[in-house]
Design a protein around this ligand. Structure first.
Ligand SMILES: CC(C)(COP(=O)(O)OP(=O)(O)OC[C@H]1O[C@@H](n2cnc3c(N)ncnc32)[C@H](O)[C@@H]1OP(=O)(O)O)[C@@H](O)C(=O)NCCC(=O)NCCS
Length: 335
């Protein structure tokens, strides 16, 4: 029956679609609660959308209580955690209000000469309940504080024997480059070959992993000019984890590694095969440096990312990937 379905499905369905029980109708069409901030309870809404229906409000509380009592509440927002800390302390300290009563009556209670009166018992139960709720909130806060201390991502060297991680790096190459550079690593075979080549002893091959141990980014480096210059190749971040600072973290770490090995310069070539910049389809033999100085990013080309992490455009290779498809050369001083 529609009314017995789990709330999640119920809430995901717009109120005007499908058959509903009478109770559901009452809930959906009950006076709305405009402007109440709440959780995402329906598809396509953010956590900051107002709550429109009582059902959403009830669902929000239900979810919140379930997450608290199963210790699965997650937040990295320090303001949320501080507010919860105060609430938890406030609730759990309720029991202290009974202390004066207890100290005056303890002798009679523990001697069992007096039956505890009803009012005292009620206070005990109520404050006990507050204490439990407060303690649960505090435990959740402590768990989240602990998570806050742990970094979201870790950087480490890719181990030549770590086949699952190697496979994940290969998948990142195929997935990360297929939209704008489909010929770079068109299949898993070519991507696996690339990862294996980058694992050669004289190269740099480092990965970013999330807390579950999954590879979310990968960076490689090849020494050139007797190790004075290191070519950054390749760099890729898992598509659904981009724009979170992983790329910047990998480049910074790479730079430290190059410095440690005595290098002076990072170099890279970033191709424009998909008319992503104003340098594509242009005559790069005329006013070359003016064109480079006035480069425009038309479709989110990564040269802009590299600029943000300290690289400078030091040249361009016209038609490197076919007519009108240049390679943009960039470099960064190490140290
Ligand atoms: C390019 C790439 C590695 C960037 O990694 P990322 O983790 O998304 O980047 P970050 O979150 O560290 O971004 C750092 C800064 O660069 C900016 N940036 C990232 N990618 C960008 C892009 N494609 N265009 C413009 N700016 C970009 C971010 O907005 C951020 O700017 P801010 O410091 O002002 O906030 C990633 O987008 C990727 O893997 N792309 C597909 C493969 C690729 O292009 N590799 C490089 C080929 S040479």
């Amino acid at each position: 029956m529609a009314g017995r379905k789990p709330n999640r499905q119920l809430l995901a369905r717009p109120p005007h679609i499908g058959r509903r029980s009478r109770r559901e109708n009452e809930l959906w069409f009950a006076p709305p609660l405009p402007g109440w901030p709440g959780w995402r309870t329906r598809l396509g809404r953010s956590g900051f959308d107002p709550i429109d229906y009582r059902l959403e409000l009830a669902h929000m509380w239900g979810v919140l209580l379930r997450e608290f009592f199963t210790f699965r509440f997650r937040s990295r927002n320090p303001i949320v955690l501080i507010v919860l800390l105060w609430i938890g302390l406030g609730l759990s300290s309720h029991l202290l209000t009974l202390l004066p009563v207890l100290t005056t009556r303890s002798n009679v209670i523990f001697d069992r000469r007096v039956v505890i009166d009803g009012w005292l018992l009620f206070s005990f139960l109520l404050d006990g309940l507050y204490f439990v709720i407060g303690a649960v909130i505090l435990a959740n806060v402590a768990k989240n504080m602990n998570n806050l201390m742990e970094p979201l991502f870790k950087l480490l060297e890719l181990d030549v024997n770590d086949s699952p991680a190697i496979e994940q790096c290969a998948t990142l190459l195929v997935e990360g480059f297929k939209e704008h550079w489909p010929d770079s690593w068109p299949d898993m075979e070519s991507a696996r070959r690339e990862v294996r080549e980058m694992l050669a002893g004289d190269r740099i091959c480092r990965i970013a992993i999330d807390r579950a141990g999954n590879v979310v980014g990968w960076i490689g480096g090849i020494p050139e000019y007797d190790g004075h210059v290191w070519e950054l190749h390749p760099l890729v971040v898992k598509p659904d984890q981009q724009m979170q600072g992983i790329g910047r973290m990998l480049v910074r770490d790479f730079e430290q590694e190059v410095k440690r090995r005595g290098g002076f310069t990072l170099m890279l070539g970033t191709d424009d095969e998909d008319s992503m910049t104003s340098l594509a389809n242009a005559d790069l033999y005329r006013d070359t440096w003016d064109q480079i100085a006035e480069i425009e990013n038309l479709k989110g080309h990564p040269y802009e990312f590299y600029r943000k992490v300290g690289f400078t455009i030091v040249g361009v290779v016209p038609n490197a990937n076919g007519r009108g498809k240049p390679d943009i050369l960039m470099a960064k001083r190490v140290g």
